[in-house]
Design a protein around this ligand. Structure first.
Ligand code: SAM
Length: 246
């Protein structure tokens, strides 16, 4: 299966793409309150910073540090290896960014809703995929529509949990768990750190204790500790969880 292509994309292999990304990354780091020692009381949502990322990019995906313009290999591989497929599943993509994962899930036959904190990201995803079947919406994981509770067969998140201030993670888990249908699944793709590794985020790679804490609400069906490869670059988790008390 292939994801819908966006013909207007710049070539990521060209050196100027890498240069623009590196320049954008350092400018954005300088604006990120979580990176500054003198702003300890910053908004834990970092809403203003996420909005700035997409606004400053001015339509250039090189300037959105996480925009890989393709589904994440661990998401893609998971979708491709589902024996029964995901056709007809009700899927939610959390923090969808520019939409590549949501599009891949939809191309596999799922009925996909995708949301992001930043309206500008959602608008950009819609412009990239004008024929999309994905229902893109602006929304905050911590303030979601009541109609979404208990509704989704699959909730997918890629790199959104690790982008959250760690103090928000317990609430994030509650919010994700609440979205699952009784037989629903939560698929997490995130960078991984050991319990005693130094982590100086953002992003904040998830530690094993995150998954231990998750077991209050969720049952871990699979937790893959994926070492760095050419495909994923650094150590990652791919985790599949289900409601603990369906
Ligand atoms: C690191 S990016 C990952 C984007 C996308 N999932 C991907 O893999 O390319 C994290 C995304 O989460 C969004 N985000 C951050 N906090 C959020 C929240 N509270 N609710 C919804 N989205 C959020 C950001 O705007 C950003 O687009």
């Amino acid at each position: 299966m292939s994801a819908p292509s966006d013909q207007s994309l710049p070539d990521q292999s060209l050196p100027d793409f890498a240069t623009r990304r590196a320049e954008a990354r350092s400018a954005l780091d300088a604006l990120d309150p979580a990176m500054q020692a003198d702003t300890p009381d910053f908004d834990p949502l970092r809403r203003e910073w996420f909005e700035t990322v997409y606004a400053r990019a001015g339509g250039d995906p090189a300037c959105v540090p996480w925009a890989n313009l393709a589904p994440h290999p661990l998401t893609k591989d998971w979708v491709d290896t589902q024996a029964r497929g995901i056709v007809g599943m009700s899927v939610l993509d959390v923090g969808c960014g520019l939409g590549d994962n949501a599009e891949y899930l939809a191309a596999a036959g799922a009925d996909v809703v995708a949301f992001d904190l930043v309206a500008g990201a959602v608008d950009w995803a819609k412009r990239r995929f004008p024929e999309t079947k994905v229902d893109y919406l602006a929304g905050d994981l911590f303030s979601l529509p009541a109609a979404w509770m208990g509704r989704f067969d699959l909730v997918h998140e890629c790199y959104t949990l690790q982008a959250l201030t760690p103090a928000l993670l317990p609430r994030a888990l509650d919010a994700l768990a609440a979205l699952l249908a009784p037989a629903g699944r939560l698929l997490i793709v995130a960078r991984a750190a050991g319990e005693s590794d130094d982590v100086s985020g953002p992003p904040w790679p998830l530690r094993p204790s995150f998954f231990e804490a998750a077991q209050d609400k969720l049952k871990i069906l699979a937790l893959e500790d994926i070492t760095a490869t050419a495909k994923v670059g650094r150590r990652h988790w791919r985790a599949l969880l289900a409601p603990a008390h369906p």
